[in-house]
Design a protein around this ligand. Structure first.
Ligand SMILES: [Cu+2]
Length: 236
């Protein structure tokens, strides 16, 4: 029984291909896309490997054969085939990506919380805008800020930048969106697993770009309320 469980856990880890399941509403969409892309890459890789090895093994020059085998050039059917096949692969990847992207970037009419995320050289400011003016956390390069999120509750993020373009990126959540000066970007998702996750800026934004780190901390709804109150705001 234990061996079976261990094997199953191992298998689910392998099938996740580096990203655990059920972390956010974004990973629910992105993970199947990630897995599908790896399966497609595996199939293409195996076919390519066979096409490389087949002539190397079965079409070696025979003893006494001329130095060069017959050279084939301008074979129109072959050229059309190897142009059309990659186009089909790219079109399929594009189709599934757009499909998932539309779901991920869809906005609900009633997000539960709103957090304004401002990127600046070189840290982040998180303003819990639905909790009052006081509830603002500003980081510094030497003291990266913490973004506290309520478990299982949908949050709308408003992304802005004060100076140059930054990238709000939480690798474990499989999500990133840019903070662009003069542009307001919106993003919504629900964090579904308690824990701490590293966040980073993924746009090279200047000398101390590498210092633009933050931590995402997913807590229970009551812990979230306590946190907002500790900042001087009131949880919605
Ligand atoms: Cu940055």
């Amino acid at each position: 029984m234990f061996v079976c469980l261990a094997l199953l856990t191992g298998c689910s880890k392998v099938s996740e291909l580096g990203f655990p399941q059920g972390v956010t509403s974004v990973t629910d969409q992105s993970l199947p896309l990630w897995q599908g892309a790896w399966i497609a890459a595996g199939v293409v890789g195996v076919i390519t490997l066979v096409l490389i090895l087949w002539p190397a093994v079965f079409h070696r020059p025979k003893v006494g054969a001329p130095e060069f085998p017959k050279q084939t050039q301008y074979n129109i059917p072959v050229e059309i085939t190897y142009t059309v096949i990659p186009l089909i692969i790219v079109a399929a990847l594009f189709y599934f990506t757009v499909q998932k992207q539309n779901v991920i970037t869809a906005k609900s009419t009633t997000p539960i919380h709103e957090i304004a995320v401002t990127g600046f050289q070189w840290s982040w400011q998180f303003a819990y805008t639905d909790a009052g003016k006081e509830a603002v956390v500003t980081g510094t390069p030497s003291k990266p800020p913490v973004l506290v999120l309520p478990l299982g509750q949908r949050v709308r993020y408003t992304l802005r930048a004060n100076d140059v373009i930054h990238g709000f990126w939480i690798p474990a959540f499989m999500i990133q969106m840019q903070n662009i000066p003069g542009v307001t970007n919106n993003l919504e998702f629900t964090a579904n697993k308690l824990g701490e996750y590293p966040g980073r800026c993924n746009m090279h934004c200047g000398r101390s770009h590498s210092q633009m780190r933050f931590t995402v901390k997913v807590v229970t709804a009551s812990e979230y309320e306590d946190y907002i109150q500790s900042l001087g705001g009131s949880a919605a």
